[in-house]
Design a protein around this ligand. Sequence first.
Ligand code: FAQ
Length: 311
Amino acid sequence: PPEPLQEHFDATIAHDRRIEPRDWMPDGYRKTLIRQIAQHAHSEIIGMQPEGEWITRAPSLRRKAILFAKVQDEAGHGLYLYSAAETLGADRADLTERLIEGRQKYSSIFNYPTLSFADVGVIGWFVDGAAICNQVPLCRSSYGPYARAMVRICKEESFHQRQGYELLMTMMRGTEAQRAMVQDAVDRWWWPSLMMFGPPDDASPNSARSMAWKIKRHSNDELRQRFVDMTVPQAEKLGVTLPDPELRWNEERGHHDFGTPDWEELTRVIKGDGPCNAQRIQRRRSAHEEGAWVREAATAHAAKQAARAAK
Ligand code: FAQ
């Protein structure tokens, strides 16, 4: 690269200033951002499915309205993130193609089934809780459009987390059967939630580069620890047990020690072999195909408007 441009980029990063779309940036920086932002956007869009399945079965009008709003927010997050990726020269239609052809990833967590309404609560508590831990530092990511998108997304995620926790508190005040449903959901979602933070640091090929570029601000293991420390007292307050016999407070470290997630399971799920991968992609593909007429109509309308404006 021309030296003054590289120097300007390096100085911007070093001074914690933002890189903006028109600024020169190294190819690797652009590629890494497109990879991470696209994966993040796909996660939001695929992430509508596990909870979306419960909209028609919500136990009350109030729960239905909350769930509707949450799932709609996820669609919105996907759209801001695709727009952020477009500022880097990516094309949204192309990103969607890559997703449904299995050439781009989305978060492993959305490949697990939602078996009861308690899962809606646990997803809010764990999955949105993990998303907050991971995304609050991304509000200071070096790429301006991504960092700014994160600010609004994090505000909405915190509503999502609270609705989940409040739902679980309500169930825990209910019958014995309801409490058992909550515990069962906690048992199933705990380990997959820890895997959301990615592989351990010594097996995370992208971390060093992304941290040097200040795209990522903390390592996968640091954020996983932060999530465990945040969640343990919430579990106590709720009255559920986290399914990890090794989980205990370590006075010396000032953090909780915890067991090792099944990293082979994470690898399998990322590779496409989780419990719901095929179903999630199939559903996304058919939604895309069934929506073709809307895209065609919008394109035809835009062309007509443009032709009219040119007259
Ligand atoms: N699942 O070298 P690293 C949400 C991939 S929250 C699948 O450590 P990196 C909100 C990784 O891409 C969920 N793939 O990678 C919501 C890489 O593959 P590649 C979305 C994973 O990028 C809540 C390879 O493994 N949040 O949606 C996973 O430095 C409720 C090696 O890994 C974000 O995307 C995984 N768990 O760190 C919605 C946050 N972990 O691309 C609905 C932004 C790793 O080289 C309902 N992303 N991989 O082929 C990030 O912070 C990072 O990308 C990490 C991974 C931390 C996920």
